[in-house]
Design a binder for this molecule. Sequence first.
Ligand code: PMT
Length: 400
Amino acid sequence: MGIFSGKEVVLGVTGGIAAYKACEIVRELRKDSANVHVVLTRSGSQFITPLTLQTLSKNPVATDLFDLISESEIGHISLAQRAHLLLIAPATANIIGKVRNGIADDMLSTVVMATTAPVLFAPAMNTQMYASAAVQDNMAVLRSRGYHFVEPDEGELACGTVGPGRLADVDKILEMARIVLSEKPLSGKKVIVSAGPTAEALDPVRFFSNRSSGKMGYAMARAARRMGAQVTLVSGPGAIPAPHFMDTIRVRTADEMFSAVSRASADADVVVMCAAVADFKAKKAAPAKIKKDGFDYRLELSPTVDILETLGKKKGKRILVGFAAETDDLTTNAREKMRRKNLDAIVANDVSRADIGFESDDNEVRIFFPDGEIRELPLATKEGIAVGVWLALNGKLFRR
Ligand code: PMT
């Protein structure tokens, strides 16, 4: 179950060229099981029709406070009260200015004033308008009153100028909406998460690696960010795009991951090593491509640095959490790794199964603690497992 599941989201659409992107926002919200009610301003309806948004949202679209039919069917107070989140995308300079100044002269500005739900603005406008003292000042005041913003992206705008002002990507807007909607048990915590495989060179074109896709580690990083932590993700090579609203450090080898994790974790509260770090590397990578003609190549391996074990020797106040990828004797092996690496918890998964572990979208884990306690998290999406792991760690380790 995703964060939007069962949530009532009121989507305010104001008058800018980016209004057409509201269609994609509605579709994505509905795909994540939100119930979406669109409020379209008069100028918004110059760019996109109520019928389009009604068809996509499967709910009537509210267009004007003083439209008698609209008000009797979808009253502004009822919308304001039922909303778990009010998202305004795109948000023009006009709606930002109206809300700052307490103007409630149409359906959308009235719903904003009447709601106690969090309000998230996704501004989109010309670069100079966005940079203007009026807009910047209005946004600063609204932020201080607890309103949320997702900054516009930079790029070429419809008016031809280049700079900030383009509506943020839809997935970025939705991620900020998830952050706004989430409880914040990790607020104030600085968290480092590693993810993905490492790749160890054999020669300039070849390497050995493993099956880790990064899905589990990225889910751990995203869940921590949604729960209020400041997150740095150290990622091995992989295809997953960098998550929004956190620092992502890309590395390739175990040595690079060691340097990045050591540097980033100097003042961290928690380090979670979800990465499948190679245990071996070529003793000496060949300087030129190994030819197959007359091939006589013996691969000599040497162990890589054990990142967690090294951190565990100088732990300080940091909480260290490992993942254990096991194919047999899961409990014995995971506990032995937790002891040897001086960890505060280890999350073990059975990587011999095809439906969980490496590459799959789902996982099932057992969390071991040094005092003998075990928490079992049954089969769920990796997103769901990540939330469960953080809640278990929070309940057990962060409150002591
Ligand atoms: O990326 P996915 O496709 O979503 O798959 C997820 C996963 C199966 C990779 C993940 O859930 C997982 O199990 N990660 C740990 C993989 C692993 O390397 O396990 P291990 O049992 O070999 O190592 C134990 C711990 O020591 C791990 O936290 C590992 O990051 C750490 N380690 C290992 C070797 C090394 N040189 N340095 C380390 O710090």
